[in-house]
Design a protein around this ligand. Structure first.
Ligand code: AHM
Ligand code: MG
Length: 348
């Protein structure tokens, strides 16, 4: 088999110096942390009680032992990188690294999908690399209040049957698979392209009764299949790990939705803008897909708090546009599929 390009060689060919060189170093630090986390995830119960609840995160979610350890691994991994501050889902606020003059800041969800640890289902580490603002204090939140368009690099490391880093430095989205033989990440898929059309959606349908009319109508249209206004049958998937959903969509298309709903604390959905929405949106953008709140492009949202949640819809560009067209315009969406007016498949 032809030798595959390593992550190191890819980054070396992209940049060695300046801000981009710093980004390359930081990506390699995250990749190293990912190697360790991959080993732990693979050990599962052999490594101890990784799903034991050991605390609570900023928004009240139970913090699992593996959440705690992965947060430490990522922070340790970034010690050698030119990073001034780190924002993590597992920390209340940004953490100064002591390198106040370093050019970069990193936002990270150390372990996405941690409700899946026990179930031996795919989990991941999501990251976003931003330039440090020159005129803001060392570990100030302001560094992270830049819109996603300012990201220098972003991606995730997915721990599934394979461990892979999916990365963009703004020149396409690529997959580097961790080779168990020599523990190197190798380029296995370059320039991912998300098909513009799809027949597969992903949403936690148990929340149907909490959604607003636009989301209900859109999902009704998928469920009505060939008998409805869309005149095509849809398939559904829901893993409960956004990294896994994102990976599937990057590989074969699809649409993922986590909209806001009426449950307490869910007005803006569940996913966090800075370290979940933005990195996924950057990948989608680079792979010809799309990511929206339903009202505007995710990458254009100006963050206002570190753990800000955001309604998130991403995937195949044409399907995302269809879902978007159902938001906030009841008349147009009823016209789009007249069957909605008569019945909704989840409605009594
Ligand atoms: P987490 O970052 O606390 O793991 O939460 C994010 C996860 C996503 O991975 C997943 O898509 C979603 O939350 C699942 O939410 P729910 O359990 O409400 O379906
Ligand atoms: Mg998480």
């Amino acid at each position: 088999m032809k030798a595959l390009m390593s992550l190191e060689d890819y980054l070396d060919g992209w940049a060695r110096t300046g801000e981009a060189g710093a980004v390359a170093k930081t990506v390699l630090s995250l990749a190293s942390a990912g190697r360790l986390i991959s080993g732990l995830a693979a050990q599962g119960p052999l490594a101890g009680s990784m799903s034991a609840v050991v605390g609570h995160s900023n928004d009240g979610d139970g913090q699992k032992e593996l959440d705690r350890i992965t947060n430490i691994q990522v922070i340790e991994g970034l010690k050698g990188a030119p990073v001034a501050c780190i924002a993590s889902e597992e920390l209340d606020g940004p953490m100064a690294t002591g390198k106040d003059d370093a050019p970069l800041c990193v936002a990270v969800d150390p372990l996405d999908g941690s409700s899946n640890i026990d179930a031996n289902v795919t989990i991941g580490t999501i990251f976003s690399i931003l330039p440090r603002l020159k005129d803001a204090p060392g570990a100030g939140e302001a560094h992270f209040f830049q819109p996603g368009t300012k990201q220098l690099a972003a991606g995730y490391i997915i721990y599934g049957p394979q461990t892979s880093m999916v990365l963009t430095v703004g020149e396409g989205a690529h997959i580097f698979t961790l080779d168990p033989a020599d523990r190197k990440y190798k380029l296995t898929s370059a320039n991912l392209q998300v098909p513009a059309e799809t027949r597969e959606f992903a949403i936690n349908a148990s929340n149907y009764r909490h959604w607003d009319a636009g989301i209900r109508r859109y999902i009704d249209s998928c469920l009505e299949g060939a008998q409805g206004g869309r005149a095509k049958n849809f398939n559904m998937r829901w893993v409960g790990s956004m990294v896994a959903e994102c990976h599937r969509i990057l590989m074969r298309g699809g649409i993922y939705l986590y909209p806001g709903d009426t449950r307490e604390g869910y007005a803006e959905g569940r996913l966090r803008l800075i370290y979940e929405g933005n990195p996924v949106a950057f990948l989608m953008d680079q792979a010809g897909g799309a990511a929206t709140t339903g009202q505007m492009r995710i990458l254009d949202v100006e963050p206002t708090s570190i753990h800000q949640r955001i309604p998130l819809i991403f995937g195949s560009a044409e399907e995302v546009a269809v879902a978007e067209s159902y938001q906030g315009n009841g008349a147009a969406s009823a016209e789009r599929s007249p069957l909605f007016a008569r019945r909704g498949l989840f409605r009594s």
